[in-house]
Design a protein around this ligand. Structure first.
Ligand SMILES: [Zn+2]
Length: 314
């Protein structure tokens, strides 16, 4: 058996699976704030799996996906915008010491792509790209049935593609990066900026002091709230520009959306398709399928388990 874990800024999601990707059990819990808290949560989840399913076999390895820059060969989190306390933190080695089992670490976007490739839409195509819409925008590309990772294992930072060279300042140091315009955080910011202009919006009825979240906005948009629809249309437009660039570069069979905001795909895709039709090259933009990850809650954790399976050479 293998455990796959996806550590997000808010939640930790874990699955216990076999080599074929059959899920025996799944868990979701709050991430916690301190390094110690997160380590203890991870150890707790893995120990619980081991004791509850010991009759199914032995645990071979653990795979973990975490946001930030990762040194996967040493199992170190170099830096993470989600969990600030992680600076050059040897997460994999610490867990190995406590659990007595191999632990492998990867970037969260990479495990999301791995999961989709292994058990999602990715199985059907040889050439496809994926964008994960969350706090930032992550990505991945499978080219001729191989996951492309560049020379250092951390390529496909679609979120930092420049779409406006004089645009908004990005925390990466550049300006006008796609994730400043089309991520879940960008949706929340865009909606926030429209609150005064649309006093009748249901977003103005939220409890005092509560922040406008992307979830709040897309749920309101689904119910037809004008402000929320406009905000979602705006981020979908920018996402379309980013995807038009990617379609010209990769000529993919499919563009797959993952991450929390992919749940709004029914509202996002029509606009993305229109922008791509207007901007991408004939021949390259034809026959591209637009799909959203189906089991968003489990796919990245499954992908993390797959990383562990592959790392052991099984
Ligand atoms: Zn950037």
């Amino acid at each position: 058996m293998f455990v796959g874990i996806d550590i997000g800024g808010t939640n930790i999601k874990a699955v216990l699976t076999n080599r074929e990707g059959e899920i025996y059990s799944a868990k979701s819990t709050g991430t916690g704030k301190t390094i110690r808290e997160i380590d203890d949560t991870l150890v707790g989840i893995i120990s619980d799996f081991m004791s509850a399913f010991s009759n199914r076999g032995t645990l071979q390895a653990v795979g973990i996906g975490a946001a930030g820059s990762i040194d996967n060969s040493r199992g170190i989190i170099i830096d993470s915008s989600n969990i600030r306390a992680w600076k050059n933190y040897p997460l994999a080695r610490n867990l190995e010491k406590r659990l007595g089992i191999r632990v492998f670490l990867e970037n969260d976007a990479t495990v999301a792509v791995m999961g989709e490739w292994w058990q999602g839409h990715g199985r059907k195509f040889r050439n496809w790209i994926m964008l994960t819409l969350g706090t930032g925008i992550g990505g991945g590309a499978v080219i001729d049935n191989k996951l492309y990772t560049g020379q250092s294992g951390s390529s496909m930072e679609f979120g930092h593609m420049t779409i406006d060279y004089r645009g908004k300042q990005c925390k990466c140091g550049s300006m006008g990066c796609l994730e400043q315009y089309a991520s879940a955080s960008a949706l929340a910011r865009t909606a926030q900026s429209l609150l005064k202009k649309y006093p009748g919006s249901v977003l103005n009825l939220r409890p005092k002091g509560e922040a406008v979240t992307s979830k709040l906005v897309y749920e309101a948009a689904m119910k037809g709230d004008k402000l929320s629809v406009l905000a979602l249309e705006e981020i979908a437009f920018y996402l379309g520009i980013g995807i038009a660039n990617l379609v010209n570069i990769f000529n993919p069979e499919a563009v797959i959306l993952g991450g929390g905001l992919s749940k709004a795909h029914r509202m996002i895709f029509p606009i993305v398709k229109k922008v791509v039709a207007e901007r991408a090259l004939p021949g390259l933009k034809d026959n591209v399928k637009y799909l959203a990850v189906k089991t968003q809650d489990k796919i990245p954790a499954l992908g993390a388990a797959k990383v562990a399976i592959d790392s052991l050479g099984l």
